[in-house]
Design a protein. Structure first.
Length: 156
């Protein structure tokens, strides 16, 4: 396992963007639900001598601190989501890159994931397949050279 630190947090914009949008959606629903519950509680438990609109107005100004805190925490949650998603997006991106190299006829090295990445066994399985492909490619090259030698010997 590799102990290299990540230099890039945004690896796969499709997957990670979808995750951030989902977190934002859940955050907004939670935020709206919290504001609604707090407004209802303050309206019901507030001074019964005041009109309902006065109680709602008072609850809105008292929730300003909550609104500021909730809005200021969202970027931290979004960043944590992106960092966490690297544990599965990063390995898939590396696997895709190495498979692309292999498909183009290159000889990629072994695939190593970071210690805390998900799907580390996929890297081990790919390395076994890569070794098999490399061995078979070497056998094919050896056979081609033997065929070429036999052809040149039969022509002579």
């Amino acid at each position: 396992m590799s102990k290299r630190l990540r230099k890039q947090h945004w690896v796969d914009s499709c997957v990670q963007g979808t995750l951030v949008r989902r977190v934002l959606m859940h955050w907004c629903v939670f935020f709206a639900g919290t504001l609604l519950c707090m407004s209802i509680l303050q309206m019901l438990l507030g001074n019964p001598d005041k009109a309902i609109m006065d109680r709602l107005t008072a609850s809105g100004s008292s929730m300003l601190l909550l609104i500021v805190i909730m809005l200021s925490l969202f970027p931290a949650f979004a960043l944590d989501t992106v960092r966490f998603s690297n544990r599965f997006v990063g390995p898939v991106a590396r696997l895709r890159r190495v498979m692309r190299e292999l498909a183009q006829g290159e000889k990629p090295g072994s695939l190593a994931f970071r210690d805390n990445d998900f799907w580390s066994e996929v890297g081990d399985e790919f390395n076994a397949v890569n070794e098999l492909v490399q061995n078979q490619s070497q056998v094919i090259e050896d056979l081609k050279s033997q065929v070429a030698e036999l052809e040149s010997a039969s022509l002579a």
